[in-house]
Design a protein around this ligand. Structure first.
Ligand code: GLU
Length: 509
């Protein structure tokens, strides 16, 4: 186990997983795989008041969809389980008591009301109350009360918490792989609760004990945990575990698109993009938040996009497969600054990855959609259509808007283009063209039809753009779409002639 890279993603099941959390997990994954190490999933559910049903299942499903597989943890197993902190509950107390015995922590008996009172008093003096080396002597704890009184309270079963004791006047120093050397004065820190009166450890205690017992080598997590890190480092030292203390790397924040503040849960649906990997329905309010999966993003695109929100390989390269990311990722190249979320860039990534999906795979997805629209067609035709239009799409759900005319003949024609192109006399020209096209033999009809059109337009000194656009208007109903030869190939002689005749009848001026 010594020197083996072991990292963990340790979400609390308090709701859906924010994409900032997904990025944290991704960086952990890349670092683990690059170093032939282990990537663990630990569920930190010690705060029972914040537990949300379904959140744990959501987290597991999200990583399955993203293709980021854990080596150990909840839902997988491993040698250091259980990996859910609520199932580890009985073992934390001994660690808290160990710190009390070492003089590094103490019992505190103050009630919620007493502490609320202290806060009010501080507020009235325009200060904030903190349970720390300056105030603890005036509060009810095992450092301020006589020992027999403490014993009596414990024997009576009085509710207590165990708090960490920061010694006064010390400088806590440690290195962060992204932030560099960090210094913090112990006197400024509050004596955080390690063990709660409900018999549960707090995040801080459980997190350190578990990282230690699970042989975690590197803690890679969001910047919001940096202020807690002096406590965490102090806990390792107090336990006597400094030799095997993990290395820390605190990731910069994911920012709103305008760079003003952290990307929040609410931003997504307010600004029109998902901030969660999968759609989530709040079990209490029923409120639905959109997900990348349901919005048509490909998991590879989401992974690639997130990897680059805060990291780059020092070149202009933006498209990286997961394997390439594993090879190229480095903590040294993680930015110190927050990364702005960019919706256009997210769409661009999806566009790039959609182009990589094979026509036959995309055709299967599209055929399902066409079936729901009761459109009778063949997988061959759908595959051809997909091949012609996928470059115009960033999402598979845009296929229909770009190619409906391949499956349904137009009944209306773009008015502006019609006015511009279908001038007087066009009906007669189109009728002649239609007659000629009809006479062309079926074998390789589209190519022969195009050759004929080129030659006919030239020899009659007609306007190429005008004629081809009118033909397109008749067949497509609009001036959009890939080149006419391709359209003629896919639709075939009979359908093209039918549409041409319908247009002549309907449009004729
Ligand atoms: N449970 C913490 C969270 O929800 C984990 C933080 C850490 O990685 O230490 O983010």
């Amino acid at each position: 186990m010594e020197n083996r890279v072991r990292v963990r993603f340790a979400p609390s099941p308090t709701g859906p997983l924010h994409i900032g959390g997904v990025r944290t997990a991704l960086y952990n994954y890349l670092f683990a795989k690059q170093n032939n190490g282990d990537f663990l999933l630990r569920i930190e559910d010690t705060d029972q008041t914040r537990f949300v049903p379904g959140a744990e299942e959501y987290i597991i499903e999200a990583f399955k969809w993203l293709g980021l597989n854990f080596d150990e943890g909840v839902g997988i197993g491993g040698d250091y389980g259980p990996y859910k902190q609520s199932e580890r509950k009985p073992m934390y107390k001994q660690y808290a008591l160990d710190l009390v015995a070492k003089g590094k922590a103490y019992y505190a008996f103050d009630t919620a009301e007493e502490l609320a009172q202290k806060r009010l008093e501080a507020e009235s003096q325009k200060t904030t109350f903190q349970y720390d080396c300056k105030t603890r002597q005036s509060l009810r704890n095992s450092l301020s009360l006589p020992q027999d009184e403490v014993q009596r309270l414990l024997d009576n079963g009085e509710a207590y918490v165990i708090r960490f004791k920061f010694d006064e006047g010390q400088t806590i120093e440690f290195d962060d792989l992204i932030r560099g050397h960090i210094k913090m004065e112990s006197s400024l820190l509050d004596d955080k609760v390690l063990y709660k009166s409900d018999g549960m450890p707090t995040y801080h205690l459980a997190n350190i004990v578990d990282d230690h017992l699970m042989h975690i080598s590197h803690v890679i997590r969001g910047e919001e945990w940096l202020p807690s890190c002096p406590l965490h480092v102090s806990l390792y030292r107090a336990f006597g575990w400094e030799d095997t203390m993990p290395k820390f790397a605190h990731l910069p924040l994911l920012l709103k698109p305008d760079g003003k503040g952290k990307l929040s849960k609410r931003d997504g649906d307010r600004l029109g993009f998902p901030v969660f990997p999968l759609q989530w329905q709040d079990p209490k309010s029923g409120e639905i938040s959109s997900g990348y999966r349901e919005s048509g993003y490909l998991p590879e695109a989401v992974v690639n996009m997130l990897a680059l929100l805060g990291w780059n390989d020092g070149t202009e390269q933006e498209i990286f497969s997961l394997e390439e990311l594993v090879n190229k990722f480095s903590i040294e190249r993680i930015s110190k600054h927050g990364a702005k979320f960019d919706l256009e860039k997210a769409k661009w990534f999806n566009h790039q990855y959609l182009q990589k999906v094979s026509n036959s795979d995309l055709a299967k997805v599209y055929l399902d959609e066409l079936n729901t629209k009761n459109i009778a067609t063949t997988i061959d035709k759908v595959e051809q259509v997909v091949g012609l239009i996928k470059e115009r799409c960033s999402f598979s759900n845009e296929l229909w808007a770009q190619s409906d005319y391949f499956f349904v003949a137009p009944t209306t024609y773009a008015e502006k283009a019609l006015k511009k192109r279908w001038k007087e006399g066009m009906g007669a020209i189109m009728t002649t063209i239609s007659e000629h096209l009809k006479a062309i033999e079926d074998n390789d009809w589209a190519q022969k039809a195009e050759d004929f059109l080129m030659q006919y337009i030239q020899s009659n000194e007609l306007n190429m753009g005008q004629i081809m656009n009118c033909l397109r208007l008749a067949v497509v109903g609009d001036t959009k779409g890939p080149n006419m030869l391709d359209i003629m190939r896919v639709l075939g002689k009979d359908e093209i002639l039918l549409r041409l005749d319908t247009a002549i009848k309907n449009i004729n001026l």
